[in-house]
Design a protein around this ligand. Structure first.
Ligand code: GAL
Length: 417
């Protein structure tokens, strides 16, 4: 048992005699949406580490990539007055729940371990409400990634990963010509929005991304560059197979693994999926940032809800300390496909995709090209994100023109504000 935990547990162990306490070392009920192969492996690391400290872990997975179903379940639980102890929840959502007065602070742990000194300020700010930590970050995911099957590319005569959208389209046409699905995609709103935001970054750079998808600037939303982004999305609609509708993202990753498809555009949780299947980066699959110069940030974190009882409070404190321990940040992120949230963890055991992510993250911070993901709830309130993903999905599944798309999007965003 580590010293911090020992200190935290003293009061708990003195008062935990009696029914209802599953163990003396803290209990957590953890609500999350990590149910794919790679995700389950990664969250299993957290469960194992918590149980290794004699804690009791109650698993509450709510399947559904991107977490929309999990967030609906969370709201129902909070309204019923029965919140889980810890929830995979991130970005502005943390502040939204904090303002409702339903979170517990883990600031005592954060202060005693000096989280401020080891977290990038951009993440530390997201984790705090009124100066106190109410959440702990596990990772840094990058959304603007492209995954490919090298054999499929070779069969189509594609010799390198595309660096512009025109190159992407040319490679996709070649794949199509040899009967390989160019783009493995799952037609779910959050996946459509994931591809869309990467395209916006590639067409208009961090500047357009920030103005349109973060600051919700009306001129940027209606700009010619946004029309061009929808044009590219329309082109990509032509590169997916007939069965894309409703497909889970990890099944799309499977298509790339098996060489049925050439590319997938998805955050680096897709790498967790390749790794869980025993695939080797650079050999069985390739990674490259999607065209564009920037970094679309998505960071997972656990947020601590207002629960009572020493056993639960102790569980929260232990979990917070565990999540931020350098050892856990390494093992978890090796499985998840992401890189550690802590800046002081060695990347020696990480693969080339992770190193590229880290390098590009530092460059993006330097060049002011780091942008928060809209699709993954890092940028804007959930209600406004809902307008984006609805519109993008409607566009993807209809013959709406790009001009009509920007007009409708700008109007919907204005209404929602
Ligand atoms: C993201 C989340 C990732 C991931 C993905 C697919 O929003 O941040 O951790 O696993 O959804 O479920």
């Amino acid at each position: 048992m580590n010293i911090l935990k020992k200190a935290l547990m003293v009061s708990a162990t003195l008062t935990t005699i009696g029914p209802g306490f599953a163990g003396a070392e803290g209990t957590v009920e953890v609500l999350h949406w990590w149910t794919s192969g790679g995700e389950a492996k990664a969250v299993g690391e957290l469960k194992d580490a918590f149980e290794a400290q004699d804690g009791t872990w109650i698993d509450s997975p709510i399947a559904g990539g991107g977490g929309d179903a999990a967030m609906t379940a969370l709201r129902a639980r909070v309204i019923a007055g029965n919140p889980p102890t810890a929830v995979q929840l991130k970005g502005p959502g943390i502040q939204e729940w904090a303002r409702e007065g339903v979170l517990n602070s883990v600031d005592a742990v954060a202060q005693s371990e000096n989280w401020d000194a080891v977290l990038p300020p951009v993440l530390a700010d997201i984790m705090k409400y009124e100066g106190a930590y109410v959440a702990a970050p596990v990772n840094i995911h990058r959304v603007d990634w492209m995954w490919a099957n090298p054999k499929a590319l070779e069969a189509a005569g594609v010799t390198q990963m595309p660096t512009t959208w025109d190159e992407f389209n040319a490679a996709a046409d070649k794949l199509m010509a040899v009967g390989i699905v160019p783009l493995a995609h799952g037609g779910q709103p959050w996946q459509d929005a994931t591809v869309f935001e990467d395209v916006v970054l590639g067409i208009g750079g961090a500047d357009l991304f920030r103005k349109a998808l973060v600051e919700l600037d009306q001129d940027a939303l209606q700009s010619d560059m946004m029309i061009a982004a929808f044009d590219q999305l329309r082109k990509m609609r032509g590169y997916v197979d007939d069965n894309f509708s409703g497909r889970d993202w990890n099944l799309a990753t499977g298509m790339v693994m098996r060489g049925e498809a050439g590319f997938q555009i998805m955050g680096d949780w897709a790498k967790g999926e390749f790794l869980a299947a025993g695939k080797v980066p650079g050999v069985d699959f390739l990674c490259a940032p999607t065209p564009g110069n920037g970094f679309v940030l998505n960071s997972d974190s656990f947020t601590f809800f207002q629960v009572e009882g020493e056993e639960n409070i102790a569980g929260q404190q232990v979990l917070a300390g565990l999540i931020m321990s350098p050892e856990f940040q390494e093992t978890f992120n090796l499985a998840k496909g992401s890189i550690p949230a802590r800046t002081d963890v060695s990347l020696e055991s990480f693969d080339a995709c992770a190193l590229r992510s880290h390098e590009d993250l530092l460059a993006a911070i330097e060049n002011d090209a780091l942008v928060p993901s809209m699709a993954h709830e890092m940028a804007i309130p959930r209600s406004i994100r809902g307008e984006f993903i609805d519109l993008v999905t409607n566009f993807f599944n209809s013959d709406m023109s790009s001009e009509e798309a920007v007009q409708s999007l700008a109007a919907a965003v204005a209404r929602a504000q």
